[in-house]
Structures are given as structure tokens and as C-alpha cells.
Design a protein around this ligand. Structure first.
Ligand SMILES: Nc1nc2c(ncn2[C@@H]2O[C@H](COP(=O)(O)OP(=O)(O)O)[C@@H](O)[C@H]2O)c(=O)[nH]1
Ligand SMILES: [Mg+2]
Length: 351
């Protein structure tokens, strides 16, 4: 088991002026070494603390609280003056750029109000009450925490899902079933949805941004007598393709019996194929958004969970420690950004 970042020597309150700065001195042996350089010889017993004077040779530096935690991890609690903290770190040779980590609970609390989903807010509340800090102190398995952090992003950030496919595949019908309101125009006339239509919604526990796109059909020639609209529609198709390329997930609808008339792009890896307007929507991978909108929703939720390897039953478990932002994910992974690599949408978000 690797020891948590809070137990490695280093400062772990955020840099800057504050009431108290906490410098981790590592385990008892490491701490004795460091403290000798500051003229401190007495170490409080485990689970105890004491007031000490810190000296650099003859010079009196400051008074500080020396804490020997029950697990034998030693900390100095200093007055927060940045020059003094910097000087002590210099004297101790501890790494001033160690991951700052005590503010996790505070950051989680600050994020609750802006959470895009109810379960996301509950995850944040748990961490605001210290679940994540406790896990770090207990040294929970980093791989477990990393996976929880990955899954939690789907509660804490809205996932963009683009609905694409040939014209008349039933994209707008599915979009309306997913959004739960008549938002996009549904028409049997080809080329009705010329612009992308977006709506925020929810899929099971996950907050989603749905995007309905113009359908794919051959527009290499202007439709006679309708040159302007052809151009508008072509622009809509291009927009749809651009959105599909950068979405986290593309639902590619192909109406039953459509064959290979319009091929799904094979260069998009984040694409799930579904057969739409199906005569038997109970078949795997089939849906009929018009006749069975709730079945279609369930089908899409399954596809979403499977694609992103998510278990809706595990989305939130009361009081469980979960990394919830870039800083907490980095504290677990040790390598900033390590937990993000698995996530195709990470590049366009900064948290
Ligand atoms: N029977 C049936 N018709 C559907 C279904 N989904 C869409 N349609 C019809 O197919 C036509 C095109 O649908 P639309 O959603 O506008 O397709 P889009 O061009 O892909 O957006 C409309 O007449 C819809 O009523 C379905 O699940 N079952
Ligand atoms: Mg449409």
C-alpha cells in the first residue's frame, strides 16, 4: 500500500497567506531528523501534540504545534506566514510543490450548488463531509478510488451525446423521446432538421446534453429548384459531422431494412449503432421511439452504461469516498491527469 499524499513530507495546506500552514514531516523517524535541524528534540507521544520553538541556529523563528498523529505520522502546524513557511521548508528540505491536499472537503462543498445532477450533488456532499479526506488518510486502494473518480465524472459533468444517422432514421423522434418534450421538428419530409438541436436532460442518474443533427443523405448536387435550402441543409450536415466527431458518444441510428445506404463513419470510435423504427423493439440493439418511447430510453441508457462501463446501481453509495475534481483525482493517482487519460471528453473541459 502506498502512503497517502498527506503523509509524505511536504506542505499540504494550499500555498499563500492563511491562518495555519500544515507541513507534513513524514513518519516519526523522518520527523526526528527534520526537527533536529530546527533545534527541536522532544517528540510528543503518539496521538499527542506539543508546542515547540523552532530555531535556525541561534535565531528564534517561531512557535509551532507539533502533532504526532495516532498512526505515527508527524505534522508541524505553523502560523501561515508565507516567508516563514518557505524558510522552514527550505531548512527542512521538504518539497514545497507537494500536492496541496487539505482543502478537498472545502472544494467539494463549493461545487455542490453547481452539480448538474442530484446524485452528483450527493457525491459532493459526502466529500464535503470528509469522505475523501478520510480515504486518503486511511490509504484506500488507489486503483479503486481512480475508478470511482472516473465513473463519478458522469454524474458531475454533463456528457454530450450526438444522435446521428441517415435522414428519416427517426433521430428527431428519438431525441424527443429522450428529452421528454416536443423539442425537435419531426417530419417525414427529408431534410427537415437542418441545424443541430440541443437540450439538457437526464439518462438514468447521468446528466446528458442531447444533440439532434441533420441527417445524412447525398447532397453533392444541389436539389433542383431548392438551391438555398440545399445549402442550408449541407451546412447542417457538416455541423452534425463536426459535433459527432467531438462528442463523447454518438448514437448512430439506422432504420430497419436500411441496409448500407448510408454508412456509419468508421473513424469514430465513440459510436454505438442502434436499429431504429424497428418492428420488434425488444430485439437487442433495436428501438422504436415512436411506438415505445420509454423502451427506447431504456435501450439508450443501457448502451450508455455499457459504452462507458458504468453501473447505475453503483452510481452513488452513501458516504463513499470519491475523487470529484482534477485535484482530488491527481491526489489519488499521484500523477496529475492520470485519471483523465481514459476519458475522451477530458480535453475540452477544465475543472
Ligand atoms: N413506425 C415508426 N416510425 C418512426 C419511428 N421513428 C420515427 N418514425 C417516423 O419516421 C419519420 C422520420 O422521423 P424523424 O424523427 O423526423 O427522422 P430524422 O430525419 O432522422 O430526424 C417520421 O415520419 C416519424 O414519424 C418509429 O420508431 N416507428
Ligand atoms: Mg430530424
Amino acid at each position: 500500500m502506498t502512503r497517502p499524499a498527506s503523509h509524505r513530507p511536504g506542505r499540504w495546506t494550499p500555498p499563500g497567506a492563511g491562518g495555519v500552514a500544515v507541513v507534513s514531516l513524514g513518519d516519526e523517524a523522518e520527523a526526528r531528523n527534520s526537527l533536529a535541524r530546527l533545534g527541536v528534540e522532544r517528540m510528543p507521544a503518539r496521538g499527542d501534540l506539543g508546542l515547540v520553538r523552532l530555531r535556525d541556529g541561534d535565531e528564534d523563528l517561531d512557535e509551532a504545534l507539533l502533532v504526532n498523529a495516532p498512526d505515527g505520522h508527524v505534522e508541524l502546524h505553523l502560523h501561515g506566514s508565507p516567508p516563514l513557511v518557505a524558510r522552514l521548508q527550505d531548512l527542512l528540505g521538504v518539497n514545497a510543490s507537494a500536492t496541496p491536499i487539505t482543502a478537498h472537503a472545502d472544494r467539494a462543498a463549493a461545487l455542490v450548488a453547481g452539480a448538474p445532477s442530484e446524485l452528483g450533488a450527493r457525491v459532493l456532499l459526502d466529500q464535503a463531509q470528509g469522505a475523501f479526506d478520510r480515504a486518503l488518510n486511511e490509504g484506500l486502494d488507489a486503483a479503486d478510488l481512480t475508478e470511482r473518480g472516473r465513473a463519478a465524472r458522469f454524474l458531475l459533468e454533463r456528457t454530450r451525446v450526438v444522435i446521428a444517422g441517415p435522414v428519416n432514421a427517426g433521430k428527431s423522434t428519438l431525441f424527443n423521446a429522450l428529452v421528454g418534450a416536443e423539442r425537435a421538428t419531426v417530419s417525414s419530409e427529408e431534410g427537415t432538421t437542418r441545424d443541430a438541436v440541443r437540450a439538457d436532460g437526464r439518462l438514468g442518474p447521468w446528466p446528458v446534453e442531447w444533440v439532434d443533427t441533420a441527417g445524412e443523405r447525398d447532397l453533392s448536387q444541389d436539389v433542383p429548384g431548392d438551391v438555398h435550402n440545399t445549402r442550408v441543409e449541407r451546412a447542417g450536415q457538416e455541423l452534425g459531422r463536426a459535433l459527432a466527431a467531438e462528442a463523447r458518444l454518438v448514437l448512430w441510428l439506422e432504420p430497419e431494412g436500411h441496409g448500407a445506404a448510408t454508412r456509419a463513419p468508421d473513424d469514430v470510435s465513440h459510436l454505438v449503432r442502434l436499429v431504429s423504427r424497428a418492428s420488434d423493439p425488444a430485439r437487442p440493439g433495436h428501438l422504436a421511439a415512436l411506438e415505445d418511447p420509454s423502451g427506447a430510453r431504456a435501450r439508450v441508457a443501457d448502451a450508455f452504461a455499457q459504452h462507458f462501463r458504468l453501473d447505475p446501481q453503483e452510481a452513488w453509495l452513501a458516504g463513499r469516498a470519491v475523487p470529484f475534481d482534477r485535484t482530488s483525482r491527481a491526489a489519488v493517482g499521484g500523477v496529475p491527469g492520470a485519471a483523465d487519460r481514459d476519458d475522451p471528453g477530458a480535453a475540452d473541459r477544465d475543472d
